[in-house]
Design a protein around this ligand. Structure first.
Ligand SMILES: Nc1nc2c(ncn2[C@@H]2O[C@H](COP(=O)(O)OP(=O)(O)OP(=O)(O)O)[C@@H](O)[C@H]2O)c(=O)[nH]1
Length: 626
C-alpha cells in the first residue's frame, strides 16, 4: 500500500475537535450507529464506518459491520479521502496501486471496494470520513456518490451540533472562570477599582475604594464621581473623559483629589479606560484608583524641604559671597602688599648692592640669609654660596672668636659696633661692623671698610699734633703732654723740667740765606734736639724758631738738666754746615723746674720763657734755670 502523504502543519484545532468528539456520550454514538447501519443497507455493503483521523490514529465513532475500534492512520483508506478533500471511490482495490498491497486487501478483511466522503468541521477542517467497504469490487455511480455525500452531510450536521455544544460549553466555562477571576480581583485588589457610568455614577466599587474614600459601598453607589471630586480637579477630569469618549485616547491616567466622607482630601492616581460593547458603543468607564496621599504628603514635605534648602543655599550663597568678596579684597590687598614688598625688596636690594659696604642678615643659627653684592666684589662670594655658610665659616675661626661676645649681644637684642680685620681679595681690610638685632631672631650685619678712613684719621691726628716742617709735636701736642707730665709729678719728688729753647739771630739767617735755608736750619736743629733727649723726654716746636723740651723722671733734676743743655750746645758746636753751607748756630735755653707744688702749666711756661729771655739778655748761647 502506498501511504498517504500528510502535511506536517495539519491544523492543531483538528486534533482538539477530534479529541472532543471522542469523549461524546454514548447516546450520541447511538445516533451515528443508525446512520452507518442505514448507509450499509442503502448501498448494500457489509461495512459502513464514521471515522475520525489525526496524525497517528484512526478511530471509528460508529462502525457497522466491523468490530475494530481503532487503527493506525497510515493503514487508513480514509486519510486518502481527506487528503484529496473530495469523495474517494476505489472500485477495485486489487487493481489500485495505492491499496493493492494493503494487508486488509490482500488478507484480513479482504477489502475489495472503498468509497469515503470527507467529514468537515464547522471551520471546514477535515475530521474523518463516512465510508463504506465491500469485500467485492463493484462499480459506484455518480448518483451513489451523491447519495454518499448526503449521508455524510447528515453525519456532518450531527457532528457540527456536537461541535457547537462543545464550543458553547467551553465559552460558558471560560466566562464563568473570567467572571470569578474578575470578582476575585475586584474584591481583593489592593487598589481601588470601579465601574462608572458614562454620566459619572458609580456602578460597581470594590472594598479598597470604599475604604479609601470612607464610604460604604451603598453610599458610594448613590453618588457620582463629580460629587466627591475636588472642584479644582474636576475640569481636568471631565476633559480627559471627553477625549476618551471621542476615541482620541484609549486610556488616561491623572493625579486628582477626592473628598472622603469625613471631608478629608485623598490624593489618588486615577487610571481610566472605556468599556465598549461588542458592537462598539460605549458602555461604562473602568477606573483603577491608587491612594497616593502619603506620596503626595512626602512630596509636599520634600518640596517644603527643598524650598527650605534652596532658601538656605541662597542665604549661605549670599554669606559666602560676602566672605568671598572679603577674601578677594584681602587677596587684592595682600597681592598689592606683596607687590609693594617685592618693590621694596628690589629697591632695598638695589640700594644695598650699590652700597660700598657689606650688608647681610644671619639667622639665629648664624647662617647667612641675605647678602648684598659687596660680598661678591670684596671676597668673590655670591649670595647663594653665603647662604650655605655660617658666620664662623666666613670670617674664620680667630676672627669669629674675637667677635663672639658682640655676636652674643646682638643675638640678645642689643645693637653693637666693633672694628676688626678681614682678609679680602684686595688685601687685609680694617672693617667697622655694626650688628643690629633682627625683628624676629638673628641679626643684620653692616660692615664698612674703614682702612682709608683710619689712615686719614691717623694723618689728621698727626697733622693736628705735629709741626709740618720739622715733624716734631706742635704747640698743641706740647701743651697736652705738659699737662700730662705735670699730673704725673708729686710735690714730694720733683722730677720734671721744662726747657724753652729759641734760636739766636734766626731772622738774620733767614734774611741772609733765604727762607728755605731757614727751614733747613729749623729741621736740622729739630733733629738734633730730638736726638739729645733720647727717651727721657719730649721735644716740640712751639712756633717760628721756638722749641720746648720736657725732661721727666729726673732723679737729679739740676744735674740732668745741665747735662742735657750742655749736650745741645756741644752738638751745635760740632755742627759746621747745613745744606752745604758753612754756618754756626746757637740757642738760648730757659729752664723751669717742676716739683708738683701746684704751679700751673701756664706759669711753668712763663717761668721757662722768662729764664730763656734772661739767657738772651745775658748774651745768648747759654741756658738759665729759673
Ligand atoms: N725760615 C723760616 N723763618 C721763620 C719761620 N717762622 C718764623 N721765622 C722767622 O724767624 C725769625 C724769628 O726772629 P726773632 O726770633 O724775632 O729774632 P732773632 O733774629 O732770632 O733774634 P733773637 O731771638 O733775639 O736772637 C723771624 O724773622 C721770622 O720771620 C719759619 O718757619 N721758617
Amino acid at each position: 500500500m502506498i501511504e498517504p502523504c500528510r502535511s506536517a502543519n495539519e491544523p492543531l484545532h483538528q486534533r482538539a475537535v477530534v479529541d472532543s468528539l471522542l469523549i461524546l456520550d454514548k447516546n450520541a454514538q447511538g445516533k451515528l450507529d443508525r446512520i452507518t447501519r442505514l448507509a450499509a443497507s442503502y448501498f448494500g455493503v457489509p461495512v459502513a464506518l464514521v471515522s475520525l483521523i489525526d496524525r497517528e490514529r484512526q478511530w471509528f465513532l460508529s462502525s457497522f459491520g466491523l468490530e475494530v475500534q481503532e487503527t493506525s492512520s497510515k493503514d487508513s483508506f480514509c486519510v486518502h479521502a481527506i487528503l484529496q478533500k473530495d469523495t474517494l471511490v476505489v472500485p477495485d482495490t486489487a487493481s489500485d496501486a495505492r491499496f493493492s498491497a494493503h494487508p486488509q486487501v490482500t488478507g484480513g478483511l479482504g477489502i475489495g471496494f472503498y468509497a469515503g466522503q470527507p467529514l468537515l468541521s464547522l471551520a471546514g477542517v477535515p475530521l474523518g470520513t463516512l465510508c463504506i467497504l465491500d469485500q467485492q469490487s463493484r462499480t459506484f455511480s455518480a448518483e451513489q456518490v451523491a447519495d454518499l455525500r448526503d449521508f455524510a452531510a447528515i453525519v456532518e450536521e450531527y457532528l457540527h451540533g456536537i461541535e457547537r455544544s462543545i464550543y458553547t460549553e467551553s465559552l460558558k466555562s471560560d466566562l464563568e472562570r473570567t467572571e470569578a477571576l474578575f470578582e476575585q480581583t475586584f474584591s481583593q485588589a489592593a487598589v481601588g477599582m470601579a465601574l462608572v457610568s458614562l454620566k459619572g455614577q458609580w456602578l460597581r466599587v470594590n472594598p479598597r475604594l470604599c475604604e479609601m474614600l470612607g464610604y460604604s459601598e451603598q453610599e458610594l453607589l448613590e453618588r457620582t464621581f463629580q460629587e466627591i471630586t475636588h472642584p479644582d480637579d474636576l475640569d481636568k477630569d471631565l476633559g480627559v473623559l471627553r477625549r476618551l469618549l471621542a476615541n482620541e485616547i484609549s486610556t488616561c491616567s491623572m493625579e486628582k483629589r477626592y473628598f472622603r466622607s469625613d471631608g478629608a482630601i485623598v490624593w489618588v492616581q486615577l487610571t481610566v479606560s472605556l468599556n465598549r460593547l461588542p458592537e462598539g458603543t460605549h458602555h461604562h468607564f473602568i477606573s483603577v484608583v491608587v491612594d497616593i496621599t502619603e506620596r503626595k504628603v512626602a512630596e509636599n514635605n520634600l518640596r517644603t524641604l527643598q524650598h527650605e534648602l534652596e532658601d538656605r543655599v541662597i542665604l549661605r550663597t549670599q554669606e559666602l559671597n560676602v566672605v568671598v568678596n572679603k577674601l578677594n579684597l584681602e587677596i587684592e590687598n595682600r597681592v598689592s602688599a606683596q607687590h609693594q614688598l617685592n618693590a621694596e625688596k628690589e629697591r632695598l636690594r638695589a640700594i644695598t648692592d650699590n652700597m660700598p659696604a657689606l650688608i647681610s642678615q644671619v639667622g639665629p643659627d648664624e647662617i647667612y640669609q641675605f647678602a648684598n653684592s659687596a660680598y661678591q666684589r670684596w671676597f668673590g662670594l655670591d649670595e647663594a654660596s653665603l647662604k650655605k655658610m655660617t658666620l664662623r665659616q666666613f670670617v674664620g675661626e680667630s676672627a669669629y672668636l674675637e667677635a663672639k661676645p658682640m655676636i652674643e649681644q646682638a643675638l640678645q637684642g642689643k645693637s653693637v659696633c666693633f672694628e676688626h680685620e678681614l682678609q679680602a681679595l684686595s688685601g687685609k681690610l680694617l672693617i667697622h661692623t655694626t650688628l643690629v638685632p633682627g625683628e624676629t631672631q638673628g641679626f643684620y650685619i653692616l660692615s664698612m671698610d674703614i682702612s682709608e678712613l683710619k689712615r686719614l684719621q691717623r694723618r689728621l691726628e698727626y697733622d693736628a699734633s705735629h709741626d709740618m716742617l720739622t715733624g716734631l709735636p706742635n704747640r698743641r701736642a706740647f701743651l697736652s703732654q705738659l699737662a700730662l707730665s705735670m699730673e704725673e709729678c708729686t710735690n714730694t719728688k720733683p722730677s720734671m723740667a721744662l726747657l724753652f729753647i729759641d734760636l739766636d739771630g734766626f731772622k738774620q739767617i733767614n734774611d741772609t740765606f733765604g727762607h728755605d735755608f731757614g727751614d733747613a736750619v729749623l729741621k736740622t736743629f729739630a733733629k738734633l734736639l730730638n736726638g739729645c733727649i733720647r727717651n727721657q723726654g719730649f721735644v716740640a716746636r712751639l712756633a717760628g724758631d721756638e722749641f720746648t723740651a720736657i725732661l721727666w723722671h729726673l732723679t737729679e733734676p739740676q744735674a740732668e738738666v745741665e747735662r742735657y743743655c750742655k749736650e745741645i750746645f756741644m752738638q751745635l758746636a760740632e755742627l759746621h754746615s747745613i745744606a752745604e753751607r758753612q754756618i754756626t748756630i746757637s740757642v738760648s735755653i730757659g729752664v723751669a723746674m717742676y716739683s708738683g707744688d701746684g704751679t700751673t702749666a701756664k706759669e711753668l711756661l712763663r717761668q721757662a720763657d722768662t729764664a730763656m729771655y734772661r739767657a738772651k739778655l745775658a748774651g745768648k748761647g747759654r741756658y738759665f734755670i729759673y
